[in-house]
Design a protein around this ligand. Structure first.
Ligand code: SF4
Ligand code: SF4
Length: 104
């Protein structure tokens, strides 16, 4: 099985984001218990993925792996975005990159 391209990954990610339904309200960031220096989670990560900004995502691997998967963001999101599922998906993306299994 070959690794998905960035475009394919973005399309797959849309399934977890209610087809990109994020309205950028900031509620998820407000309820996230992570330290605010990790404030890149969650909506900024979603935005980078939607824009296909691969290098910027990889540079933020620490933030992606620090997510607690507590689902507070998901419970309060008014747009039905499942950020924890996005995070799980992105961790796979990061691991493929680290092990050189990702296609450009
Ligand atoms: S709470 Fe939902 S709609 Fe609001 S910024 Fe976060 S992901 Fe987007
Ligand atoms: S699941 Fe992750 S991004 Fe969402 S509130 Fe919890 S720690 Fe923050």
């Amino acid at each position: 099985m070959t690794a998905p391209t960035m475009i394919e990954q973005r399309d797959e990610l849309l399934a977890f984001t209610n087809n990109g339904g994020c309205i950028n309200c900031g509620t998820c960031t407000a309820v996230c218990p992570l330290p605010k220096e990790n404030v890149m989670l969650p909506r900024h990560i979603l935005r980078l993925m939607h824009l296909g900004q691969r290098e910027e995502l990889i540079a933020r691997a620490d933030a992606i792996f620090s997510c607690l998967l507590c689902r507070l963001c998901e419970e309060t999101c008014p747009a039905g975005v499942s950020i924890p599922e996005c995070v799980r998906y992105l961790r796979g993306f990061m691991n493929r990159h680290l092990h050189h299994l990702e296609k450009e």
